[in-house]
Write a protein that binds this ligand. Structure first.
Ligand SMILES: [Zn+2]
Length: 89
């Protein structure tokens, strides 16, 4: 016989929600610049993709600025469009 259906479902663990603050809103001295590769690289993933704001907690305004800067940096080959040079097969 199959197990009874009304078994207690495993309770979903309470997800720990850390309050994310937009880095650029918190620190007004930080500016988004397409030439500032150090900051921009923290916003792209391993594949060279732009990491969504829900992960880094950027506000919409700064995420937009960030995307723009990353795209600009890609154009002048400061950042990769895809893949990384770090991972070499
Ligand atoms: Zn912000």
């Amino acid at each position: 016989m199959a197990a009874p259906r009304d078994q207690k479902r495993p309770q979903r663990k309470k997800t720990f929600i850390r309050k994310r603050i937009c880095r650029f809103c918190a620190d007004k001295t930080l500016t988004i610049d397409y030439k500032d590769v150090k900051i921009l690289t923290s916003f792209i993933g391993d594949q060279g993709k732009i990491v969504p704001s829900r992960i880094f907690g950027n506000c919409a305004k700064h995420q937009r600025k960030c995307c723009e800067a990353i795209k600009r940096a890609r154009q002048i080959a400061l950042l990769p469009y895809s893949g990384t040079s770090r991972v070499v097969r």
